[in-house]
Design a protein around this ligand. Sequence first.
Ligand code: HEM
Length: 485
Amino acid sequence: MDDNICTCSLVATAILLSAIIFYRKSLVRISTYGRRSRRELPLGTLGWPFLGETLDFISCAYSDRPESFMDKRRLLYGKVFKSHIFGSPTIVSTDAEVSRIILQSDAKTFVPSYPKSLTELMGKSSILLISGNLQRRIHGLIGAFCKSPYLKSQITLDMQKYVQESMKGWREDRPIYIQDEAKNIAFQVLVKALISLDPGLEMEFLKKQFQEFIAGLMSLPINVPGSRLYRSLQARKKMVKLIQRIIQAKRSSNLINNSFPKDVAEVLLSDASQQLTDDLISDNIIDLMIPGEDSVPILITLAIKYLSDCPTALQQLTEENLRLKRLKEKLDEPLCWSDYLSLPFTQNVITETLRMGNIIIGVMRKAINDVEIKGHFIPKGWCVFTYFRSVHLDADVYDSPYQFNPWRWQDRDTCSCSFTPFGGGQRLCPGLDLARLEASIFFHYFVTQFRWVAEDDCIINFPTVRMKNKMPVWVKKRRNVLLSA
Ligand code: HEM
């Protein structure tokens, strides 16, 4: 026992000593640099050796005001400050204009930077990790396909089908968990768009492996049999095997290059540059499943939460959708993707949900050269965290920022550096229209077919945004969909 204590304290002392040495070295490096260049780092503190300010960041992140970590420092040091989080000295930007410049910079200045467990799981060729020409090439191919009317029509048909199938099974005598329903639907829709897989045994297998895989995204970077990261990597291997089998079948079917690509895999396979290997394609297909399982369903779930708490917004959304439904029935026409995207109030509800919900709180980059932005010096090797959440909830930018107010978007532009739920610049999310489309279709069928009462639930913000109890609602089928004009 005593031996154990002794060994433990020796190890602890050794860790502490090396931490202090490392910390002092990094201070020396920084100050040496400072003398040489005369440029000063933004104000702020680096916190404890090794840990930096990570614990404070995480404890705020678990609260219902995650931005309080930033708010405290903004008051002390200004909108751009230095800190030390997740193992790296970091410049945090809560300044919309500075963040815009960072997002628009190319790979000569900033490259993506994520925690180690994430990079191990994502695969070397993931679009989220690569930079330069190859990233631009893949981004261009995926972006063009996501914008194509072909994909939007396909997604509309699939989403309508899966939403209706799912809602057909809803009963009035037990709660419906919106978060689970939305995840199930959005995953199937996205997998169909990625590799043309229909619901069935392979889809179930993929879903199971994907859930195992995604559980490790925010785990400790320890890859030994039995660890969370190890199990996630094993699940990823199984997914890669299935996807590569599908890719091989597509390659040998001779359809590639002879017909219009009907899914993302075919878009990447038909690229003439020959740079896109099967490994690269399968890595990216897996990463593209993440929004299907996470971001889009959370967007849907949060909107239902905000609407449940704001009856006037719910009423206006319902009326707008019932009007569209009646019009289409009268014209005897099916709803198409442009009908959904042109509903102004529904789009304002989605915009306001993105602003308040902050599904992606910000993005991280690493400076690969010394940079100065609006007088703020960022040294080579440091991380930069553009924290969107503080901007989206800034009272100087948005009146009563914690109030769900879709009407604020009636005469306000969404193309501004103060509204960046989908990032910006070279890595602007290529799926932004699809996310809006899927959410609009879900709301249309939900509000035109059901009334509901939501159970109490609250939003958890860390490590990812979600509802604590998966957003249970008690539904009642609408009997009368007639509407006063
Ligand atoms: C509410 C839903 C969504 C949100 C909030 C969201 C947010 C974001 C953000 C903030 C980025 C920028 C990351 C960075 O700069 O490092 C991003 C990138 C990306 N998103 Fe989305 N996204 C959503 C839905 C989707 C969907 C449906 C797709 C798939 C079609 C998608 C595919 C991508 C891809 C491929 C990138 C990487 C782009 C690149 O690095 O070149 N996203 N997304």
